[in-house]
Ligand binder design. Sequence first.
Ligand SMILES: Cc1ncc(COP(=O)(O)O)c(C=O)c1O
Length: 293
Amino acid sequence: MLPRTSSLAPSDDLLPGVRVFLADETHYPSGSHKEPAARAIVARAVADGHDRVVVGSCGSYGRAMATACATAGVRCTVVLPADWGDSGAFAAATGADVHFVPGGYEDAVGASHRLAVSEGAMDGNVDGPYKDVIFEGHGHVIDSLYHELGPAPASLWIPVGNGTTIVAAHRRLRALGWPVALHGVGSPGNNPIVTSWPGLYQVLPRDAVVTTEHNEPLVNWHALHGPDALAAIDASGGAVHAVADDELLAAQAMLARQGTVAGAAGSAALAGLVAYVRTGSVRGDQIVLLSGR
Ligand SMILES: Cc1ncc(COP(=O)(O)O)c(C=O)c1O
């Protein structure tokens, strides 16, 4: 059974005058808010008779999948970019096979698609054949929030990389009939969801993005669910916001002061809300999704 992970605490003191709820997704064993999606994939792998799941990752989805696979006794291969990503040590410690490929995140995902085919393994990538299972897994947190907050309108702030979490949230919100405005928060200039908003999705030149140790999970030159994420945000009545590394770190420190240990990128949603509050446009309850990695 999964540990309880979405501890929702009203945090009036975080932003005076604004009712902020923390959707704390930091407590999974891997530290990643991607773990429920990974667990959904592993459950399907077992049901479909796969003994190995292959994913590409810059770090956190790989950690989540390696953790979920180890729990279920399913083998796991994590493909990481040699240019930038985590060391693979966490995934390896769970028993996963870790491969490095030249290039960045998108190259690792491409290589992992090919590896899954050549090994006859389950392709667990967010843009792979089981992406609907991933969306369902990510939707669990929405059910949990709905259960705790009820049907009143709200805004939900989510960090954006590929836009997978945003698309999944939108699907589940629509299914529940819960009117929640989705706000995606990314790194300025470093993600096409951020640079395309509010227009049509346009991929960035590969060398246009700047990765740092803080913004890394938010950086993509191609966001794998970019067009759908833009459409979801628009349809929900929300918007896309950009926060620089110093704003990520300030939000992370703010959370640490009240006892929540989130990653810098995992604090992006709060950083986006903090910046938006300064515009004086915030109305109603604000929910902030946090991730540990
Ligand atoms: C901390 C953090 N924020 C944001 C993201 C991006 O999420 P998504 O790809 O669902 O937009 C990730 C992805 O790994 C992440 O680890």
